[in-house]
Design a protein around this ligand. Structure first.
Ligand SMILES: Nc1ncnc2c1ncn2[C@@H]1O[C@H](COP(=O)(O)OP(=O)(O)O)[C@@H](O)[C@H]1O
Ligand SMILES: [Mg+2]
Length: 262
């Protein structure tokens, strides 16, 4: 085989799972997200942090397609998906969890997950198949015992797991998690971190917004910091924790947890 026919294996040359270029969104005169560039490589757990109102959720909404950008493009595995609707992106493999969870409260836990399988990348052929897959996912997130309960009776920690289960039911290739640890205990947060690592190990790339700094720093390979809609910094967790601009804008004022074990 000639050298020219050998595929490039250098990860630096691989097409990122997600790339956004110049992504911008105005609400009236306010730039909620301004000229953000990001490249999320295959297999990453990529964190997005920043103060309240920094534009994190708005960025997610433009990646998943629930909000149109004012400017900029979104590429999924090299394909420009900027013009696609959210449901079309879910079918391609881009799925999010919501900061405010919203299961169908009158349905059971497993019914919620079964329903989600139909909108995903690999819709099940039969109801039995949907149920089998939903049960597998519930076992995976640790909600097997709650399958038959109405979704409305779950405590907050389990609501978040159900939100993750519903997202996983669409067989995402890129999973966006928005503050999944809000309101959880330390033990529950550790469980969710472990779950994110297992989701990544199963082949899904993760983009992760989180306010809990200890969680972010423990689980992410790479982190981007947003401030007033702009990308202030990007790097490894160690680089971000040492970055003077990040400390000044964000970590220095009350983003608890970073140094509390020191
Ligand atoms: N639908 C909307 N209409 C008007 N302003 C919005 C809307 N969504 C977000 N914003 C504003 O955009 C900015 C960024 O919000 P958001 O993306 O929710 O930040 P974060 O998730 O980082 O807390 C905030 O100033 C917020 O008030
Ligand atoms: Mg938000």
């Amino acid at each position: 085989m000639s050298a020219a026919a050998t595929p490039v294996r250098d990860p630096a040359h691989q097409v990122p799972v997600l790339e956004v270029r110049g992504l911008t969104r105005y609400f009236g005169g306010l730039a909620a997200v301004k000229d953000v560039d990001l490249q999320v490589p295959e297999g990453a757990i990529f964190g997005v942090i920043g103060p309240n109102g920094a534009g994190k959720t708005t960025l997610f909404s433009m990646v998943t397609g629930s909000l149109a950008p004012s400017a900029g493009r979104v590429f999924f595995r090299g394909r420009d998906v900027t013009g696609l609707k959210a449901f079309q992106r879910v079918r391609l493999g881009i799925t999010r969890t919501h900061q405010i969870v919203r299961p169908f409260r009158s349905l059971t836990v497993i019914e919620n997950v079964e329903l989600a399988t139909r909108y995903g990348r690999r819709p099940p052929g039969t109801a039995a198949e949907a149920r089998r897959r939903a049960m597998e996912i519930l076992e995976f997130v640790g909600l097997g015992a709650q399958a038959g309960l109405p979704a409305s009776v779950l405590p907050v920690g389990q609501q978040k797991l159900l939100e993750l289960a519903r997202a996983l039911a669409t067989a995402p290739d890129l999973l966006l998690c928005d503050e999944i640890c809000g309101g959880l205990t330390d033990a529950e947060t550790r469980e969710v971190m472990d779950l994110l690592r297992r989701i990544r190990a199963s082949g899904t790339t993760i983009l992760y917004i989180e306010h809990d700094m200890r969680a972010v720093m423990s689980v992410c390979d790479r982190i981007a910091v947003l401030n007033f809609g702009e990308k202030l910094a990007e790097g490894s967790p160690e680089e971000i924790q040492r970055n003077p601009a990040v400390i000044e804008a964000y970590l220095g004022r009350g983003a608890a947890g970073v140094d509390s074990d020191a």
